[in-house]
Write a protein of this length. Structure first.
Length: 246
């Protein structure tokens, strides 16, 4: 059982094989299984460093660059960052649209607006936590697409516990430090619970879906997850407010 890789294999796959099996070199063969060269552990380390840097840049919503930070010009740095910032800004337009549609609810219960940052921030953080772990797991081979339903079941349990703890803590916090009725407190906390559950599901699903359609899972990281979760959180929040308060 000889370990080898093909000339058509991705460099990251080859590097991960060397890392996984703890070998110092891996034979590379062509379609006819003829030896055409070796990839050494030094080569693998360089590839892993390059791929990790690229993933980190994508997770921070930047286009990858092969230059060190201090050797990158302002113009090049601008080109790296502005496309994703524009995309995220346009995506956030949905947030404004949702708020506009629920102006009546906001007018009746103006205090609802005070909890926007907390709800969206909590949901975004919850989604970013799990997406980071899933992206890392996919990158190092600890997670595969076939594990999706196992991941969802696990994250549902984790999200339920996190949501209950944060929701209960939020009711206590609001009771002592916020104005409003107990009904408002319950709606906000219920919205937080549901937002956390949904955020966890989005955070674990999007990187795997990206992998299925041959995209880099790192694209579905913090900024993208946070923007999507913000939209979903507002919809949940206003739907609950309309159902129980108006």
């Amino acid at each position: 059982n000889v370990l080898y890789a093909s000339t058509h294999d991705d460099q990251e796959t080859v590097a991960n094989m060397i890392s996984h099996y703890g070998i110092i070199a891996l034979p590379i063969v062509d379609k006819e299984k003829r030896l055409v060269g070796l990839v050494t552990v030094d080569d693998a380390l360089e590839v892993i460093e390059t791929e990790t840097t690229e993933d980190i840049e994508k997770m921070a919503a930047m286009l990858p660059s092969d230059k060190p930070y201090l050797k990158t010009t302002v113009w090049e740095t601008w080109k790296q960052r502005v496309p994703w910032l524009l995309l995220l800004m346009l995506t956030a337009t949905f947030t404004s649209t949702i708020i506009t549609q629920y102006e009546a609810a906001i007018g009746t219960y103006a205090i609802l607006t005070a909890f926007f940052p907390m709800l969206m921030g909590t949901g975004g953080n919850a989604g970013s936590q799990v997406s980071t772990l899933i992206i890392r797991g996919l990158a190092v081979g600890e997670i595969e697409i076939k594990d999706y339903f196992k991941i969802v079941l696990k994250e549902l349990r984790v999200a339920t516990v996190c949501g209950l703890v944060l929701g209960a803590a939020n009711i206590v916090r609001m009771y002592f430090f916020s104005e409003g009725t107990i009904e408002v407190f319950l709606v906000v906390s219920l919205a937080m619970f549901i937002a956390i559950v949904v955020a966890k599901l989005i955070g674990c699903s999007l990187p795997i879906f990206a992998k299925i359609i041959k995209l880099d899972p790192a694209l579905m990281a913090g900024p993208m997850i946070a923007t999507l979760v913000d939209i979903v959180t507002l919809v949940i929040y206003f739907a609950l407010a309309k159902a129980f308060l108006i």
